[in-house]
Design a binder for this molecule. Structure first.
Ligand code: ZN
Length: 370
């Protein structure tokens, strides 16, 4: 899963509200005259106005998390371009317990017709570090409430109701060993958060609500940095694990290469590549007008599959069948632009862009009927 993209949503609004200074307002805040609460409010305002993009040390965020993670604010990359893309911030509440404060803030706006539009409601923690208040990720505090078990390269975190499955945990470790071996990289230790429902994970990370929430509960996952978050599949969600273990080692690749490889090796949303290919085949049979010569213009097929999973996976599979891991490794380093991707298909599969529609429909048929 990629960060939710809001370029489309944003274009609905006039972009005039996007300014560098993040507008902060407050709901009724209890104890707002309290000196300590005032300090916490000021800290949050200062942080929102600070320049996080330069990745330099941020004096409003705790040093410990900054030391451990380049992207120390885990919620920032949940949206594209960023959680801090310019939505006004409305602080809903500030709660305190034993010197630890919890800020609940809404990122949203009021549209011209008066309707509110809420991007997310996010939680932050504030605690003193070396005598002064600093912000912390909600995850750092919330994960203490969960159980954890370490198996091999993976620190698993899960809710108390979950019965830990060692067999699946071993299977995930074997997957890590295999792919790291195939791609000549050293396996790295990762944190793996699992729950029955992805929204439990979102709450753990600090989101009470986020745009895109809702719909039928189905397996869902997300990878970032050295963490995998997934709902609905227990200890074995290999797709996202591919992203955390391999992606950073091959930065010069198109998004479809990454998603295609992750789906080829690890399926997507709990279904293997074959399932996605069958679904895509059935759909495209009914839609002869869709031109796969422009496949990179296609996005979601439906809420269960996307073209970059199914067709991206099919292309990865064919390249593997043709040239094994050696060719796959070249493919993983074939450039980031759309043109690079089309060129890579021509280079490794011998298919020109103008023949892609015919080729992919034929290959889909062959796979779907297997
Ligand atoms: Zn993915």
């Amino acid at each position: 899963m990629k960060p939710l993209k809001f370029k489309i949503f944003l274009s609905i609004f006039t972009l005039s509200f996007i300014t560098n200074a993040q507008n902060v307002t407050y709901n009724h805040i209890l104890d707002s005259t309290n000196l300590e609460i005032k300090k916490v409010m000021k800290l949050f305002e200062d942080y929102l106005e600070s320049n996080r993009q330069n990745r330099e040390k941020n004096s409003f965020w705790n040093l410990q998390e900054q030391k451990e993670h380049i992207k120390y604010d885990f919620l920032e990359s949940e949206f594209q371009p960023s959680l801090y893309m310019g939505f006004p911030v409305h602080v809903l509440s500030i709660k305190s317990k034993n010197g630890v404060y919890q800020i609940k803030a809404q990122f949203g706006l009021c549209q011209e017709n008066g309707e509110p539009y809420v991007l997310a409601i996010a939680n932050y923690f504030v605690k003193k570090e070396n005598g002064s208040y600093k912000l912390y990720n909600a995850l750092t505090f919330n994960k203490k409430e969960w159980l954890s078990t370490k198996v091999g390269f993976v620190d698993f975190y899960y809710p108390k109701y979950h019965e830990f499955n060692y067999e699946k945990a071993e299977k995930l470790n074997n997957f890590i060993k295999d792919i790291c071996n195939d791609f000549d990289v050293k396996p790295k230790p990762i944190e793996y958060y699992l729950a029955d429902d992805f929204d439990e994970i979102q709450a753990l990370k600090g989101f009470d609500c986020y745009i895109g929430m809702g719909g039928e509960t189905k397996p869902s996952g997300k990878a970032s940095d050295d963490k995998v978050f997934c709902g609905g599949l227990g200890e074995y969600y290999p797709h996202e694990v591919f992203h955390v273990e391999i992606d950073d080692h091959y930065p010069n690749k198109h998004y479809w290469v990454s998603e295609g490889m992750a789906t080829f090796l690890g399926g997507s949303r709990g279904k293997d590549l074959h399932w996605h290919l069958k679904r895509t085949y059935d759909y495209l049979q009914k839609h002869p007008e869709i031109n796969l010569n422009n496949l990179l213009d296609l996005v979601n097929l439906d809420e269960y599959t996307s073209y970059h999973y199914s067709l991206g996976g099919l292309i990865a599979k064919r390249i593997y069948e043709r040239g094994g891991w050696a060719m796959i490794k070249e493919f993983m380093n074939s450039g980031k632009s759309d043109n690079d991707y089309y060129s890579a298909i021509e280079k490794y599969l011998g298919i020109k862009r103008s023949n892609l529609n015919q080729y992919l429909r034929n290959q889909l048929k062959a796979e779907a009927l297997k």
